[in-house]
Write a protein that binds this ligand. Structure first.
Ligand code: AMP
Ligand code: GLY
Length: 437
């Protein structure tokens, strides 16, 4: 599709969706963007070609019927389905079933994320480098395999569990407790009726992202997320506390080889099994002494990876998204700026456990006055009196682009210092691993 004057519907309300909206708003082919439900930052963006402000509609990302009603009303030329839940619920299938063009995998293709058991068995069938593992339907089978590995395992609930549902264990006792929690006590709900037990791997974690059009994949540069809540990778797991790109400990050629070693057999496996994957595929990778291993697949853009990727993308994002939908990705070259980006997440005090909402946020304009700084909103909302207040755990993704990672990191933290809200906390060591020998 090469139409201009396009109306785009973006589904979701996080930092990832703000970054997607911000980038799509720069497209010369886009004239209107509607976000559902959106957030305080998405609604403040302006579409460059038309000067029109982005509109937020109060429809939840998981409300499929509500979203179809909205689509019938606004007739989008393309709907971008960004979060995992609506993808797993079949939002893309429903939209395309009614004749709307939608970007993102179908429910069947998104299974790589909503069933870790499926993903694991797929990797084993198609020779994708991964951890030694077993998919277990009963606590007894899980215990037996965990014991074989002396408890040095990762126990993973099969289904979606809000980025939780994975317990990394170092002893037989820990593995037993993890299996009890996930399979018996069902601490992550029905997602725990099956588990994947993986051997525990050691090494640096990196994120791989690739666009896919059902036949061809196109990998992004490398990046690294920081999933633990506190400095030094301590504390509970979160959705992600900060990212940077590129990750300098894998040179770009090596990274291309890693991408091919994973995505070539993955794509061939999809072809053989009749999976028409269109959208974005995001394998999480661990760089071990025995080579790179995939520990999971996500069927969507990472959050906050997207916030540090899109400022480096020189293409019109809409061209790439159209190519994914139309099956024409082989005709486009994705161009990435040589700049580095660092995104530091500012979170509500208490996150990822209980936290308060409604705290007034100040200083975003001052932060964005710094060269190369963009503040992506996640949990923010505009109060009736016009004040911007916190409304979620991860509140802002403060992102800096600069020549060189060190400059980008320093700029990002300079920007963070200018922003204030009660209880704000953030990691002070985002990108630090990039500077360790
Ligand atoms: P996942 O959602 O499967 O990526 O797992 C969440 C986190 O658990 C990952 O980011 C890793 O830090 C950790 N993890 C997952 N699988 C393993 C494994 N096999 N060995 C060691 N750590 C793991
Ligand atoms: N950044 C981790 C995720 O999006 O799953």
């Amino acid at each position: 599709m090469n139409k201009s004057g396009m109306r785009i519907l973006v589904i979701g309300s996080g930092g990832r969706e703000h970054a997607l909206t911000w980038k799509l708003a720069q497209s010369p082919r886009v004239s209107e963007i509607v976000c559902a439900p959106g957030n305080g930052g998405m609604g403040a963006e302006t579409v460059k070609s038309s000067g029109r402000q982005v509109v937020c509609e109060a429809v939840a990302a998981t409300d499929i019927d509500g979203m179809l009603g909205l689509a019938r009303k606004i007739r989008p030329d393309l709907t971008v389905v960004a979060p995992d839940d609506p993808l797993a619920m079949g939002m893309v299938d429903r939209l395309t079933g009614e004749g709307f063009r939608a970007w993102g995998p179908t429910r069947n293709a998104a299974r790589f994320e909503w069933s870790k058991g499926f993903s694991q068995e797929f990797m084993d069938r198609h020779g994708i480098p991964t951890a030694r593992s077993q998919v277990c339907e009963s606590p007894e089978a899980a215990l037996k395999f965990a014991d074989e590995l002396e408890g040095k395992v990762a126990v993973k609930a099969d289904g979606l569990a809000l980025g939780k549902g994975v317990i990394v264990c170092g002893s037989a006792a820990e593995a037993r407790a993890a299996i009890q929690s996930i399979m018996v006590d069902r601490d992550f709900g029905a997602a725990g009726s099956r588990v994947v037990i993986q051997e525990r791997l050691y090494g640096m974690e990196i994120s791989l992202h690739a666009f896919c059009d059902g036949r061809t994949w196109k990998a992004f540069p490398s990046s690294q997320d920081h999933k633990a809540a506190y400095d030094g990778d301590k504390g509970p797991n979160t959705g992600g506390m900060g990212t940077y790109s590129p990750a300098p400990f894998v040179d770009p050629h090596e990274f291309d080889r890693i991408a091919a070693a994973i995505l070539d057999p993955w794509m061939e496996g999809c072809r053989r099994e009749g999976i028409d994957y269109r959208g974005l595929i995001y394998p999480g990778i661990m760089l071990t002494d025995n080579g790179p291993k995939v520990i999971e697949f996500n069927s969507r853009f990472g959050d906050p990876e997207t916030q540090c990727y899109l400022p480096r993308l020189e293409n019109d994002l809409l061209d790439l998204m159209d190519a994914c939908v139309d099956g024409t990705l082989d005709s486009i070259r994705a161009v990435w700026a040589p700049h580095a980006t660092v995104c530091v997440v500012m979170a509500s005090g208490g996150y990822p456990q209980a936290y308060e909402k409604g705290k007034v946020i100040v200083g975003i304009d001052e932060a964005e006055a710094l060269d190369g700084v963009k503040v992506f909103h996640a949990g923010t909302r505009l109060r009736e009196d016009g004040a911007l207040v916190t409304s979620g755990g991860r509140v802002l993704g403060v992102t800096a682009t600069a020549m060189g990672l060190e400059a980008a990191r320093n700029r990002a933290y300079e920007a963070v210092e200018r922003i204030r809200f009660e209880g704000a906390f953030y990691r002070r060591d985002i990108a630090a691993k990039a500077f360790q020998g």
